[in-house]
Design a protein. Structure first.
Length: 191
């Protein structure tokens, strides 16, 4: 879902652990050297696979595909820089039991407020353009010590998508069968 962020389009709500691509754009018809940049974001839905299978045993991260088509998504603009990122929100719930008349209602309110918790961490590509980082941080207001850069793809748990491919089953280790050693190999009590 592409979103331009400017005075008329506010910074969108980002869910906890949501994965997005921040883009720095320039008007396609602007003069060479003119620095009138626009910023936008493309939220990548969780329902899409993290890696796209492009042929025999070749996988491409989804952000690479989206990055390749940014200029088709934001018509009339050319891509200057981009960076994939993921945010973490504070999910702490503070419930004071003494003040709670209805504990179930307090829990429901606490769970709703978790979605709007403050940003506590930003994971972003190591090669991020400083302008994109400043743009994101101006809206998220994350301490610089809580901004983590990476050189590997985000959300490595999604690699199970590739591991689950039947073509790679010969690469998996055989299942471990544990052995019960004496004196535990009998049904007698050891005590």
């Amino acid at each position: 879902m592409p979103i331009a962020v400017n005075a008329t389009h506010p910074f969108p709500h980002l869910n906890n652990l949501s994965f997005s691509l921040a883009v720095k754009l320039q008007d396609a018809e602007s003069a060479e050297g003119e620095e009138n940049y626009k910023y936008g974001m493309i939220r990548i839905p969780r329902v899409l696979p993290r890696f796209f299978q492009a042929g025999d045993n070749t996988y491409v991260p989804i952000e690479t595909i989206v990055r390749k088509h940014v200029e088709e998504i934001f018509l009339g603009y050319k891509l200057v820089a981009s960076a994939a990122f993921r945010v973490t929100r504070n999910a702490d719930m503070v419930i004071e039991e003494e003040e709670a008349d209805d504990f179930m209602m307090m829990m429901e309110q606490g769970l709703k407020l978790r979605r709007k918790g403050a940003f506590v961490r930003l994971n972003i590509e190591d090669s991020v353009d400083p302008d994109i980082l400043n743009f994101l941080n101006s809206h998220m207001q994350i301490f610089f010590k809580d901004i983590y850069t990476y050189k590997i793809p985000l959300n490595l748990g999604a690699l199970w998508q590739i591991v689950g491919n039947k073509d790679f089953s010969h690469l998996a280790l055989p299942p471990y069968n544990s052995k019960i050693l004496p004196p535990f190999d009998t049904s007698e009590s050891v005590f």
